[in-house]
Design a protein around this ligand. Sequence first.
Ligand SMILES: [Mn+2]
Length: 267
Amino acid sequence: MKFLSSRKSGKISLFGVPYDSTTCFRPGARFGPDGIRFFSENLEEFSLALGKSLKDVDFSDVGNLEVPVEPEKMVSSVYSFVRELEIPVLLGGEHSVTYPVVKALSERFRELMVVHFDAHADLRESYSGTPYSHACVMKRVLDLGVSIVQVGIRSATKEEAELRRQNPNITVVDSLSELLFLLSRVSAPVYFSIDIDFFDPAFAPGTGTPEPPGASPVEFFDFIYKLPAVNVVGFDVVEVSPPYDPSGITQMLAAKIVRELLIKFWG
Ligand SMILES: [Mn+2]
């Protein structure tokens, strides 16, 4: 199974944004989309756990969106692109690419809620001279008036920690079982944003800013399989950096997450 060779129509559009210009520590996420696609070849179309196939999902891989290097221009380019899509599924790229997707969706769904899986809070006001850095992405999402649920966060500045305590639009969740409980009571449209550094670097070393410890794939897939019907209107998997992933395990994990989520949500 290879995402890119899948059929070319569908209400769900899988696309890559090969962008890593604001990455503060070590770039490489620009190679993420094609790396994830390459490793998707190693997966069956059929999900044994879900009992369904990707063939049952009305999706197409529409390829990569080439974007300008300047963060503001990247944002407007992704935003215009996503406005034309019914259901976006995004392969990053660094985390800054999430903001324009959420911006486009927030105009369509007033009650949109973002579930943010990450090691880092990503709530800085500005970083390295831009408010569109990957370190600021969830602050920009909050500025849209969109509420966020954060899970897995184990790194933040003092200011970010305060914001997490005080902002009524941020829900801090300590575990995937707590998130499962919360999502079983939510009827609002939901967008999943999965930074691969949410996982323990032992399982996902191929990322720009690894932060031990973290969740295991077993815990994550168990959470996905137990998830009740949720109104998911899109998702992304970001920050996969193939240059730091010589064995391919991070890209493999990302490819399997994409397959399982496509089948779970829309199969
Ligand atoms: Mn992030």
